[in-house]
Design a protein around this ligand. Structure first.
Ligand code: HEC
Ligand code: HEC
Ligand code: HEC
Ligand code: HEC
Ligand code: HEC
Ligand code: HEC
Ligand code: HEC
Ligand code: HEC
Ligand code: HEC
Ligand code: HEC
Ligand code: HEC
Ligand code: HEC
Ligand code: HEC
Length: 459
């Protein structure tokens, strides 16, 4: 760092020529200029009493009141350059350095901190004497900025990279953020903007009014690029609550990298049950409880897909369902009202009063799904018999029964080769048989084929 070839003649000059200045000891004796060395870390030449390399005596008499008998040997950066290589390692120079204003930052005689700086541990006072504080003092301040470690990212003199950065942004960030570095190196998928636009496409390196130093607040941070999701979500009637909370999209997606589909931090079911697996969201049900110990798990859930039925972001439908499904126990039947279930199940389930193929819930050819759900003033929704998530009985029926107001309706379904028997709180135990239809009387109107349960007013 020192230009010894330049320093040598300077020092030689100092000893060969009779010094115009009093001996160094002289400058520092008594009360004269003792303050020059009274700092904790004097500049090397000052420590060794060399004043002449920097100060030239231009008048033989010293001191003279009101007169300057010394001038600087050279001005600005040139003075320092007599002993130091010009600092900074690249073509990008910090303007004050380029203009030779070394003294804007350094104390020529020394200082209490390292590097001839007033406070080399906390540079913020120094840097912010020229730079506007605004960018560094928002609500959340990045830890190295808060401690004034500007030089952990910036070279104060000059660099090869723009903005005086000591290296490419990502490697700079990852040099401290080991956990994210590890996550990225062990993940199958890295979120493209990290590699394309860098960490600062989402984070302010200095400070921010948003959580996690976000350059925008949630969810705008993500909408910036995910316009399709934005245009979908501005329209929907029901937004999933976490999207509107502070962590926003970050509650469910790892914005950096992941081993799971769609940048989820864990598998989908674990993610959903992370919030819906206890009673904190009561009165919403605890879904982990609904699944626990059940012999029948509904197909999509058995495959770990809650999103087979729910849109994780938002929809117009009841309970964020991906297609319409009635919200109530009784629901007047309309075409499409059960689109959710019929997305995966037989489309004609509810279309014909008589059928031989579309359902096994038949008495002879009489479609008992039609009877219960459609052919009524008060159609029963599927929840009267089936559980959406899991159950103990066959065909996703629950022996505990579904809920009707405060009442848990007892419900027991037995399946036989050709039919079944329902013992339920809605009607007395009734059988159905696809090959030899059961005749329902006297309760059912003779010949109507209508079981009593289907009468209006029964549960
Ligand atoms: C590395 C160069 C350098 C050396 C060595 C040096 N000075 Fe200075 N000195 C300066 C500069 C530059 C200024 C002007 C500071 C300013 O303008 O803020 C200065 C200013 C001064 C001043 C006037 C302002 C003040 O700070 O009081 C005195 C007195 C002074 N130096 C005394 C000394 C003495 C005595 C020595 C030797 C023990 C010495 N200097 C060694 C560079 C040096
Ligand atoms: C007469 C030669 C000389 C001049 C002129 C000189 N320096 Fe130095 N400077 C040194 C020496 C010698 C060291 C000690 C080098 C080392 O420790 O490697 C040093 C060290 C430093 C250090 C490091 C201090 C530390 O705590 O590690 C800084 C910063 C510095 N000089 C800045 C300047 C600035 C700014 C100027 C111009 C105002 C300047 N120097 C002028 C000789 C000089
Ligand atoms: C904007 C403030 C600023 C200016 C202007 C500045 N420096 Fe520095 N300089 C620093 C800081 C801060 C450090 C300590 C670096 C660190 O913490 O790593 C430093 C360190 C140094 C060092 C010791 C470490 C090294 O990099 O070798 C020298 C020598 C030095 N500066 C010389 C100079 C010279 C010569 C000039 C003028 C051409 C100058 N500086 C201008 C802020 C500045
Ligand atoms: C003496 C005033 C002064 C001090 C002190 C100062 N700067 Fe600067 N800085 C400037 C000026 C002037 C510019 C150029 C501004 C411009 O181009 O708009 C600048 C530019 C910068 C830039 C932007 C460079 C670019 O390429 O965009 C960074 C980064 C920077 N300074 C960091 C620092 C840091 C870190 C410190 C403290 C170690 C510091 N500055 C101290 C005056 C200063
Ligand atoms: C964690 C690394 C890091 C730290 C610490 C840091 N900066 Fe920066 N700084 C950056 C990055 C990265 C940029 C470039 C931002 C961009 O391109 O959007 C930057 C840009 C700048 C700029 C250019 C103007 C701007 O805002 O874009 C200035 C000035 C600056 N920093 C000053 C400072 C000062 C002063 C400190 C200490 C108080 C500091 N920085 C601490 C990483 C950092
Ligand atoms: C010098 C080390 C260092 C560097 C370099 C660094 N960080 Fe940090 N960062 C920290 C520390 C320390 C924390 C606080 C950690 C904590 O509280 O657990 C932090 C926290 C953060 C946080 C969380 C802030 C919050 O409010 O919760 C984000 C986001 C962050 N850094 C992003 C970045 C980005 C982006 C970069 C690169 C521009 C970067 N960091 C570079 C040390 C660093
Ligand atoms: C696409 C936007 C985006 C990009 C790009 C991005 N982040 Fe983040 N980062 C976030 C979000 C959002 C959070 C908050 C996540 C949450 O709520 O759990 C976050 C959180 C963090 C945190 C604090 C929490 C933690 O996980 O430790 C750190 C540190 C961090 N990011 C560093 C980085 C680094 C380093 C990079 C570049 C390698 C980077 N980020 C790139 C969006 C981004
Ligand atoms: C700078 C642009 C940008 C920002 C900001 C951004 N993303 Fe991305 N994201 C992309 C690109 C590009 C892809 C890959 C192409 C695609 O699948 O859309 C992607 C992919 C994704 C994927 C995977 C999609 C899939 O089909 O596999 C998810 C999930 C995602 N981003 C979530 C987020 C979240 C959450 C945020 C906010 C923290 C965010 N993104 C912010 C650009 C961005
Ligand atoms: C409650 C958890 C949750 C929240 C909050 C959340 N997502 Fe998702 N997101 C998911 C799940 C789960 C998937 C996977 C859906 C699938 O596989 O069909 C997904 C898929 C995606 C996809 C891929 C889309 C596609 O069609 O394949 C993108 C992009 C995305 N999310 C972005 C976002 C953005 C942007 C936000 C914030 C506005 C956000 N997510 C908030 C859980 C969430
Ligand atoms: C970060 C926590 C969190 C995660 C993860 C989460 N949710 Fe939610 N969910 C909530 C909150 C909070 C509510 C609203 C509770 C309330 O209304 O008080 C909610 C509501 C719901 C509702 C009822 C919505 C309504 O309007 O009736 C459903 C259904 C739901 N979530 C399904 C899911 C599914 C499926 C997943 C996984 C893709 C999931 N949630 C992941 C927090 C979460
Ligand atoms: C086969 C479709 C389907 C799948 C898959 C599914 N759900 Fe549901 N979910 C529903 C239906 C239908 C409702 C409405 C039930 C009702 O009100 O009768 C519902 C209701 C909910 C509710 C609101 C419960 C309440 O308090 O009434 C939550 C929370 C929920 N589901 C979470 C999940 C989670 C978590 C998963 C994955 C483990 C999941 N769902 C998988 C269909 C499904
Ligand atoms: C995303 C697709 C999907 C949706 C939507 C869906 N299911 Fe299922 N359902 C399945 C799968 C897969 C099975 C398992 C099929 C098998 O084991 O043969 C299944 C099984 C069933 C069974 C048991 C059938 C048997 O033979 O054991 C019933 C009953 C059932 N679903 C009712 C419903 C109801 C009611 C709805 C609407 C609330 C619904 N399903 C929505 C995919 C779906
Ligand atoms: C009154 C009770 C009841 C109602 C209401 C009900 N189901 Fe069923 N469902 C059954 C019974 C009983 C079976 C078993 C038939 C068998 O295998 O013997 C069944 C079987 C099924 C099956 C298996 C395939 C089949 O048709 O045999 C599906 C799928 C199904 N139901 C879907 C639905 C959907 C969707 C709704 C709402 C639109 C619904 N169920 C309403 C009682 C009901």
């Amino acid at each position: 760092m020192l230009r010894s070839h330049i320093l040598a003649p300077v020092v030689a000059l100092f000893f060969l020529l009779p010094s115009l200045c009093a001996a160094a000891g002289g400058c520092l004796t008594g009360t004269c200029h003792i303050t020059v060395t009274s700092v904790k870390r004097p500049h090397d030449p000052v420590k060794s009493g060399e004043c002449a390399p920097c100060h030239k005596q231009n008048s033989p008499r010293h001191p003279v009141a009101g007169e300057k008998s010394f001038t600087l040997a050279l001005q600005g950066g040139k003075l320092c350059a007599t002993c130091h290589d010009s600092p900074g390692k690249g073509p990008v120079s910090h303007l004050p350095v380029k203009e030779g204003e070394c003294l804007a930052c350094h104390q020529p005689h020394g200082a209490d901190g390292r590097f001839l700086l007033k406070n080399s541990e906390d540079l913020s006072g120094l840097c912010l004497s020229c730079h506007d504080k605004g960018a560094f003092t928002k609500e959340h301040v990045h830890a190295p900025v808060a401690t004034g470690s500007c030089s952990s990212c910036h070279d104060p003199h000059g660099t090869v990279a723009k903005t005086l950065l000591k290296g490419p942004v990502n490697s700079l960030c990852l040099s401290c953020h080991d956990d994210i570095k590890n996550l990225m190196s062990t993940s199958k998928v890295i979120h493209p903007p990290i590699e394309v636009s860098g960490c600062t496409s989402c984070h302010d390196p200095h400070s921010s009014n948003n959580l996690n130093l976000g350059v925008r607040k949630m969810p705008e941070l993500c909408f910036e690029c995910h316009k399709t999701i934005e245009s979908q979500l501005v329209k929907v009637k029901r937004l999933h609550k976490p999207l509107t909370q502070e962590r926003g999209c970050g509650a469910c997606h790892s914005p950096h990298a992941s081993n799971f589909k769609k940048l989820l931090p864990v598998d989908e079911k674990t993610l959903c049950l992370g919030c819906h697996g206890d009673n904190k969201l009561a009165p919403l049900k605890n879904i982990a409880d609904e699944l626990k110990g059940k012999t029948q798990i509904h197909g999509p859930i058995a495959q770990g897909r809650c999103t087979g039925c729910h849109d994780p972001h938002g929809t117009d439908n009841f309970r964020l369902l991906t297609a319409p499904y009635p919200a109530t126990y009784y629901a007047p039947y309309t075409e499409g009202a059960y689109a959710l279930c019929l997305k995966c199940h037989e489309k004609n389930l509810l279309r014909f009063a008589d059928t031989t193929i579309y359902t096994k819930f038949r008495n002879g050819n009489r479609n008992l799904h039609y009877v219960h759900v459609v052919n009524n003033l008060k159609g029963r929704s599927c929840r009267a018999c089936h559980e959406p998530h899991a159950a103990n009985g066959p065909k996703l029926t629950n022996s505990v029964g579904s809920t009707f107001g405060e009442w848990k309706i007892p419900f027991k379904l037995e399946i036989t080769e050709t039919g079944g028997r329902c013992a339920s709180g809605c009607h007395k135990s009734l059988s159905y048989d696809r090959l030899s239809p059961v005749e329902y009387h006297p309760a059912g109107p003779a010949g109507s084929g209508q079981p009593p349960s289907a009468r209006q007013g029964a549960h």
